[in-house]
Design a protein around this ligand. Structure first.
Ligand code: NAD
Length: 467
């Protein structure tokens, strides 16, 4: 398929905004700050492109496979740029690039098929799946490429076109990704727009958009749903989490400690599905706190481009302030910092990996989403009490149970009110699984074939059987 124009909408030299390196706090580059008024033209072109893109599923698959190859080939450019603006260790940025390519391949191979309806009537009913039109995709700054691909790969595979807006904290790697992919797609099939609000608000409420797919915080998710209501576009929301890890009394603390630590601290805790609260049996409490605190005290923290770093900085100043606020409140509420508890005395947005013990259950670091390198550990006396506490928030993204008797652990996991539960793991997702938070953690289903159908509408044809 031909390519004639880069996927990025144009912007004048004047309208640019600074992008900061969270490891230093200094600006290192700029991105175009597009004006909301430009969206009429962008969405209009996405609609025009859709008329061709929706017609040929075989050509779409081929184009998405070529795009996956191109993303992989561009890894040496994408990964360092991602680390520079996001902060994560370079190896994790490479993993994110690999996951982006894998997701394109996964959805390129999916076919919604045609389903027959058989209900005993002399009528042949057939469900054929049709794309929706231009899709607005909005993503946060914690996994800019991976989350962007979670939006555009199923949407494009389904035959829609996509206008994607990354977070203004991390626009650069996404713009580069867009350029790389656009070389394999017809023009205007994927457009990246960058800028500060109200760009996102105007995009999700644009009358030319037929599906709004959003990943981010719960308050913004509410605003997005309200915005999309203007044109009654379909809405998929993947929102915040406050996942609990429940440790059972037969857990082998030393055996699971590394995995549990990284389930909480990977990407500096800035993972929707990170372990954000640990419930440990009172008998094992001190050992659990110490095993986690030891790892928090000894993990190497530094700039993501430094090959020795295992944990980078928090992504931005307001997120750092949020982490500081939750931690200070917990300490004021009577918690004890078994490790960390403070900012690091160096440039950039570094916070010492923190394990909090003796945290009152009503403290905000337990009830709210900290989204940073701070982990509260709470003791429990009865398992019912632990399950009730794990389920006792408005969140419902994921959860995990850790123990030696896997059958018992699975019974407890079955009681967790969330979209995905793990045993002796956390946050390991398959591309083939449905991804759906419950309660305030999400609306709709992404991932796997469900993610493809989430970007399609059923078109049903009834015809009489031949007589
Ligand atoms: P955020 O809600 O502040 O921003 C997300 C995106 O929305 C950004 O691109 C932002 O620019 C844009 N935005 C802001 N206001 C908008 C508006 N009125 N209309 C449209 N778009 C708007 O979230 P964040 O701080 O960037 O990310 C952290 C949050 O994302 C956490 O709550 C985390 O749990 C959540 N998250 C969820 C998932 C998931 O899959 N469930 C994955 C990653 C992150």
């Amino acid at each position: 398929m031909p390519t004639r124009r880069p996927c990025r909408a144009p912007a004048t030299r004047r309208e640019r905004f600074a992008v900061l390196d969270p490891a230093t706090g200094d600006a290192f580059d700029e991105a175009p700050g597009q004006r909301p008024e430009e969206l009429d033209a962008v969405v209009g072109r996405a609609h025009e492109a859709w008329l061709g893109w929706r017609t040929d599923s075989h050509a779409r698959s081929e184009a998405l496979l070529a795009a996956a190859d191109a993303v992989e080939a561009a890894g040496a450019g994408l990964a360092p740029l991602l680390t520079r603006e996001q902060g994560k260790p370079l190896a994790e940025s490479y993993a994110e690039v690999a996951r982006t390519a894998a997701r394109l391949r996964y959805f390129a191979a999916l076919d919604p098929g045609i389903q027959q309806i058989r209900d005993g009537r002399p009528v042949r009913g057939e469900i054929r799946w049709r794309p929706l039109g231009p899709v607005a995709a909005i993503v946060p700054w914690n996994f800019p490429l991976q989350l962007a691909s979670a939006k555009f790969a199923p949407a494009l595979a389904a035959g829609n076109t996509v206008v994607l807006k990354p977070s203004p904290f991390t626009p650069l790697a996404t713009r580069l990704l867009g350029s790389v992919i656009s070389a394999a797609l017809p023009e205007d099939v994927l457009t990246i727009v960058t800028g500060h609000e109200p760009l996102g608000a105007r995009l999700v409420s644009h009358p030319g958009i037929r599906h709004v797919t959003f990943t981010g915080s719960i308050p913004t998710g509410r605003a997005v749903a309200q915005g999309a209501a203007a044109s009654l576009a379909r809405v998929t929301l993947e929102l915040g989490g406050n996942d609990a890890a429940v440790l059972l009394d037969d857990v082998d603390v030393e055996r699971i400690a590394d995995r549990l630590f990284w389930a909480a601290f990977r990407n500096c805790g800035q993972v929707c599905m990170a372990v954000k609260r640990v419930y440990a049996p009172a008998r094992l409490y001190t050992r659990v706190v110490e095993a986690l605190a030891h790892r928090a005290r000894t993990v190497v923290v530094g700039a993501g481009l430094d090959p020795d770093s295992r944990l980078g900085p928090v992504n931005n100043a307001s997120q750092l302030a949020r982490v500081e606020r939750h931690t200070a409140r917990a300490l004021a509420d009577g918690a004890r910092a078994a490790a960390g508890g403070h900012r690091l005395d160096r440039p950039g947005y570094f916070f010492a990996p923190t394990v909090l013990a003796d945290v009152p259950p009503a403290s905000s670091v337990v009830t709210d989403e900290q989204f940073g390198p701070v982990l509260p550990v709470l003791p429990y006396r009865s398992l019912d009490e632990a399950v009730e506490a794990a389920n006792g928030t408005g969140f419902g993204l994921g959860g995990s149970v850790w123990g030696t008797d896997l059958d018992r652990a699975e019974e407890v996991a079955d009681r967790l009110e969330c979209g995905t539960a793990w045993i002796n793991h956390h946050a390991e997702l398959s591309l083939a699984q449905p991804f759906a938070g419950i309660k305030e953690s999400g609306v709709g289903v992404a991932g796997g074939p469900w993610g493809l159908y989430g970007n399609l509408r059923p078109f049903v044809v009834h015809r009489p059987e031949e007589t």
